[in-house]
Design a protein around this ligand. Structure first.
Ligand SMILES: *[C@@H]1O[C@H](CO)[C@@H](O)[C@H](O)[C@H]1NC(C)=O
Ligand SMILES: *[C@@H]1O[C@H](CO)[C@@H](O)[C@H](O)[C@H]1NC(C)=O
Ligand SMILES: *[C@@H]1O[C@H](CO)[C@@H](O)[C@H](O)[C@H]1NC(C)=O
Ligand SMILES: *[C@@H]1O[C@H](CO)[C@@H](O)[C@H](O)[C@H]1NC(C)=O
Length: 551
């Protein structure tokens, strides 16, 4: 299965779940799909999640024996009990700071669209640890239905996936909060009798905001980090953030390269074939698939993380590779200066940075496509049969289903062809969205709409989503920022204790979720946000105390 750029995975990119990686690898086994497929196709889609495949980092090997998995029974269908089935929802609990009898909160972290295992570190040293330590609360990581081991169905056909909706998964969280009984804790910590603070980052960040709006009595407070509360069919601004935030010479190399590539592909014929050959992709039939492979390193931007344990510097390495002068200081010369240009034969004379780009793609992406696979089998998106497997280990289908039904975010080139771009203009909505029909043929009970119904998300508040005790936290250079309340298209707001509205300088995706045990060892802007979060959560809890006393 070749998952195109549309499938930019929202979350974790700084986090790697060993279990998830294992899942991906086994997903490749039985169908004989080889690792390159996973890599290239997933390069953008799963990039950060699988950063170990692209960057240097290792999967988490640490065992968190302090937090054994627990299970909570949920109905598959909260609204109509259509199948009568139930399933176990997995969660993990941190009780180390719990102070009974103090109106202690429960801090719950939503696992979002990934195995909850990848979130356990945040129970140990990240945001959940920080907030429970400050409040004497209990911390929980709650896995999302269909992800990780919270598996309600036998396979991932269109029909089986029909209960993977925003509404059903919000109802899971609500039912959990209202009914859970924590092992080893006598006090009743269910909502609404206990203040629950709901935290999420990325898609889960949007869920945190939605939970506060949908279940205001159960969710006392919520923290929505990098929360994509604005769903959109196309998401060209994702690459625009990267274009503007990347080192200037890197962006200029990318813009110039893509402009040249688009011109050569539009011209067609021998030069176009020669160009593809230069990238090691002579056998790739469709030009849009070729353009898509070129975009694969761009996903590395999201894999940046201030905590080196989770981050990847693959984006910087890619930029360095583009800038490397073959001789002398060519970067200082203007684009088009003939001293920068190299004749590669077949009528092509190209800027050195484009030659570097080709070398990078050959060595880091195409090299993974090995015999007996052809480059078309590795990188082509036109063969529907590659998407038909529906067993549970085809977990790439999960977020894709959510994209195709309710979230969108097909990452395209800018709509204005004159706008500078780092993504080829061949990356159109049509190219990005065609996988929805390929992967999800109509079922007996459910048909995926021809375009996602993003209204289902946006009616809950969109850019302007706001409530008392709903915090909005974003990263300045997060490629998802255009879909959050910190978008340039959103109305500005005041930052208050009741409605915190904070932008972390130089931060990428949900940087506040990661933390050190000693927060004073964190970078100063992370210390700052953690300090502010402790302050507003403590104030919220004081409010809880006052309103309770006056009851
Ligand atoms: C759902 O249906 C099942 C099987 O018919 C039944 O056992 C169960 O009690 C129902 N659940 C609810 C909440 O009605
Ligand atoms: C709320 O009240 C409890 C019980 O009096 C107290 O232990 C706790 O510290 C108070 N919480 C805050 C945030 O003031
Ligand atoms: C998927 O699972 C359902 C039961 O949950 C079953 O009825 C159906 O036949 C399965 N389909 C495939 C293709 O495995
Ligand atoms: C899209 O979702 C909204 C909100 O849930 C709903 O009212 C509307 O009917 C849906 N539109 C379609 C075409 O299904």
């Amino acid at each position: 299965m070749v998952v195109p750029l549309s499938l930019l995975f929202l979350t974790v990119f700084c986090g790697v779940s060993a279990a998830h990686n294992a899942g991906l690898i086994s997903a490749l086994g039985p169908q004989g799909v080889n690792l390159i497929k996973l890599d290239a196709q997933a390069a953008r889609w799963k990039s950060a999640q699988d950063a170990s495949l692209y960057g240097q980092q290792q999967p988490l090997t640490q065992k968190y024996e302090e937090f054994p998995a627990q299970w909570f029974e949920q109905p598959l269908d909260h609204f109509n009990n259509e199948t009568g089935d139930t399933f176990g929802q997995r969660y993990w609990v941190n009780k180390r700071h719990y102070l009974p009898g103090t109106n202690a909160p429960v801090i719950v972290l939503d696992g979002g669209e990934t195995s909850g295992e990848g979130r356990i570190p945040f129970l140990d040293t990240g945001i959940v640890e920080i907030l429970t330590r400050a409040t004497g609360g209990v911390g929980v990581v709650l896995e999302h239905r269909y992800y990780g081991e919270t598996q309600p169905v036998q396979n991932l056909t269109t029909d089986s996936l029909r209960f993977l909706t925003n509404e059903q998964s919000a109802a899971d969280s609500a039912r959990f909060m209202a009914n859970v009984k924590f092992e080893g804790i006598d006090e009743d910590l269910t909502a609404p009798g206990t203040p629950w603070i709901y935290y999420g980052g990325s898609y889960a960040g949007a869920r945190a905001a939605h939970m506060r709006v949908l279940y205001p009595d159960l969710v006392f407070g919520a923290i929505a980090s990098s929360a994509v509360t604005h769903a959109d069919i196309t998401n060209w601004q994702y690459m625009e953030v990267i274009r503007r935030a990347a080192p200037e010479d890197c962006s200029r190399h990318l813009e110039s390269s893509i402009q040249t590539v688009d011109a050569i592909l539009a011209h067609g014929g021998l030069p176009a074939r020669a160009l593809k050959a230069l990238f090691g992709l002579a056998g790739l039939e469709h030009d849009d698939d070729f353009a898509s492979v070129l975009s694969s390193p761009l996903g590395y931007w999201q894999a940046k993380c201030w905590d080196p344990k989770f981050g990847s510097n693959a984006f910087d390495n890619f930029c360095d590779a583009l800038s490397k002068p073959p001789i002398g200081a060519l970067s200082a010369l203007e684009y088009g200066d003939e001293r920068r240009m190299f004749d590669v034969g077949d009528g092509l004379t190209l800027d050195f940075s484009l030659l570097n780009y080709a070398k990078y793609i050959r060595e880091n992406v195409v090299s993974r496509c090995t015999d007996p696979m052809t480059v078309d089998e590795c990188f082509g998106t036109y063969d529907d049969s590659q998407y038909i497997a529906t067993d549970l280990d085809q977990d790439w289908r999960l977020w894709l289903f959510q994209v195709c039904t309710q979230w969108g975010y097909f990452t395209t080139a800018p709509p204005d062809p004159a706008h500078p771009r780092i993504l080829s203009k061949l990356i159109t909505l049509e190219h990005e969205a065609k996988i929805c029909a390929q992967a999800f043929p109509p079922g007996k009970h459910f048909t995926v709409p021809s375009m996602p119904n993003v209204t289902a998300v946006n009616v809950l508040g969109d850019f302007d989503i706001a409530m008392d005790r709903l915090a909005i936290i974003d990263g300045e250079v997060d490629p998802w920022r255009p879909d959050t309340p910190h978008s340039e298209d959103a109305n500005d707001r005041e930052d208050t204790i009741s409605q915190p509205f904070k932008l972390i300088p130089n931060a990428v995706h949900h940087y506040d979720e990661y933390g050190y045990l000693n927060i004073w060892e964190e970078p100063v802007e992370i210390q700052q946000i953690h300090g502010e979060m402790v302050i507003f959560v403590t104030e919220w809890l004081k409010e809880w105390n006052t309103t309770r006393e006056s009851r």
